[in-house]
Every structure is written in structure tokens, then in C-alpha cells.
Design a protein around this ligand. Sequence first.
Ligand SMILES: *Cc1c(COP(=O)(O)O)cnc(C)c1O
Length: 389
Amino acid sequence: MKHLLEHYSEQLDQLKQQGNLRQFTANVQQDRYITIHNHKMLNLASNDYLGLASNVHLREQFFDETPNAHRWMSSASSRLLTGNFPEYEQLEASLSQAFHGRAALVFNSGYHMNIGILPALADSKTLILADKLIHASMIDGIRLSTAKYVRYRHNDLAHLVQLLHKYHDDEAFERIIVVTESIFSMDGDETDLAELVRIKKQFRKVMLYVDEAHAIGVRGEQGLGCAQQYQVMDNIDLLAGTFGKAIASVGGYLICHPIIRNYLINAMRPLIFSTAQPPICMAWTDFIFKKVLNLKAERQHLQQISQSLQQAVQARGFDCPSSSHIVPVIIGESNQTVEKAHALQKAGFYIMPVRPPTVPKHSSRLRISLTSNIGQEELHTLIKQLMAD
Ligand SMILES: *Cc1c(COP(=O)(O)O)cnc(C)c1O
């Protein structure tokens, strides 16, 4: 055994030397703050973009409204066996209603969703065209599928069109699935969804698969994502997202045609072979989702502080591709990035360094995640601190 462990231990040492070793950190959270080793900091690393996960009043209200008889903490089976509690049907009905009556299907997590959809829908007669920077979960989905895939340069829709011209009339392919995110996790930049839909309409074999993990709750009049913001909600064949970020819960969802929904129920392995989430999670997601539809002021405030921060970061000469509440400060080398993150943490701002392999080599960065419960004043203090050397 010992000689077998050596290999792994060497790998860990190497990661540590490169400044790329990952570890869990014990923490205590309260409201917008996170305390680590007795040091209390403003939390700028969470995906709780609307501040709903940290809101204790919402929890109180939810439990007051939910009698004990309905507080099922386990579904004890997959949805296809006995796990399909009324809470599932209710959440999917709410989603469907919000998304113009299209079909909705929920999953245990966004990760389950993305590793399951493509292997189910994409066979050897399918070509997948994917943005270079899509989330690891979608990459894993592509790898698990038997489809051929080609990646296009990040956010380069002209490159996508070139590839479509190249492959569209190839008889080997009956369908082409274009895979992207709306707001990207690491750069905070976004795909031009209106243009993407316009492109799709010119190629009859194309289906669009868009992951709105970072946009749901945050964008659009009712928070239904960039698809709502750019008025293309009905034109994205596979409109996906997660509940674990702004929706303050856990799970993934897909908005699609009812035929696709039925097909996935029959073919999608992470849905079929995994115990469904506890019904209480579904009830909570539904409770939060309905509230999020009305949080327009919070969304506007988040947009405002995001723009202030983007401008400040750019003014200092940092490369900042963001047009959203995810604002990276790209520093380059890992060790230097880690140092800067520690300095900010010391000053009371919990900002995490993001390093390879999560981002490309030499693009290590501070990833600042703004949430709508951060005030202008705190933002100014943060900006001052960021600019200090
Ligand atoms: C976070 C994220 C996921 C994973 O969702 P979980 O619900 O956390 O498993 C999937 N896609 C994107 C783009 C994400 O940012």
C-alpha cells in the first residue's frame, strides 16, 4: 500500500509547489459575513447573488408555512420509482408557468444535469459545437456522449458560424447541438444570446443548449436569466440552470419541449439512477423561486455595483472581461494571486484565488462575486483595498 501512495503524495507536493493545492476551509457564516480562524470577513466568494441563502427570515417564513407532515427529508428513491412527490410536480409547474408554458424538468444538481443531458441526446449522428470555456460539468457530459465534438473560440460566434458552414451539410450528422453558457463562471462575460438565436435560425439541424447557472435570478425582468433579458426565452431548445446559486437552494432545471422532457426521463442516467432530492428541497426551491420573480430592485442594485467594480478594475489597468456581477481581477501567476487574495482577506474581504486547472495556465485570478446585499460604501472600501499594493 505504502508504495502505491507515494505516487499520489508526489502529485500533491507538486501541486503545493505550484501554488495550486486545494483544501477545504472550516468556516462559520452569518448574514453577509464569513468567519475563518476567528477572522470575520465580508463574503465575496459565494454564489448567493441575491443574498437569499443567508437570509434567516426567509427560512423562518418557509418553516412556518410548511407543516411537519410535509417536511420530507428524503425521497427514498428515484423519481421513476416512488420519489415523485407532489413537491416535484409543484416546482416544475411553477417553472413551466414562468417560462411561457414550456416543459420543465428538475435534476439533483446542475452537475447531474450537465453530465446527463448530452449523453442522452447526442449519439454518433450528432455533432456538438461547444464554447472553449464551458463549465467542467458540460465538458464531462460531452466526454460521456458518443458524439463528435469541436470547440469554438470563446465567445467567438463568427468562428461558430464558420464551423456550422463546414459541418452542416455533412450527411454524417443529423443534428448539431451548440453548447454554451450565458454568463461565464470565470470571466463573468456573456454570450450574445440574441445573435446566437439568429444564427440558429439559419441552420435547420441546430439545437441550442444554454446554461444560465450564473444568470438565473440575476438577469431579466423577473430574473429568468439572460434569455428573458434578451427576449429569446422561447428560442433556446435546451435552456438550463441551477438552483444552487442565486436561487439559494440546490438542483438543476431544464426548460425544453415536452418531447425532450419525456425522452430524458427515459434515457438520462443521472436522473434514472440516482435518488431524487428530498421533497423539502423542492418545496424550498419553489418558495424561493416565486419570491425571486419579484426582486427587481435587488437585481438593479446588483447591476449598479457590478458596473462600478468593473470600471474600477479596468481603470487600474487589469484585464477585466466581465459584464456581470462576477468580476475577475486577472493577475497571472498562481503564487502572486494567492498572496493578493490573502492581503485582501486580512483587510476583511473574503476573496478567493482561482487557479489552474479551473482557469487556463498563467491566468490565475481573484474572482469577486458580488451579491445584492453589498452596499455602495463597502464597495468603495473594497475598491480602495484592491488598488492598494
Ligand atoms: C455551478 C455550475 C454548475 C453546477 O451546478 P450545481 O448545481 O452546483 O451542481 C453547472 N454549470 C455552471 C455553468 C455552473 O456555474
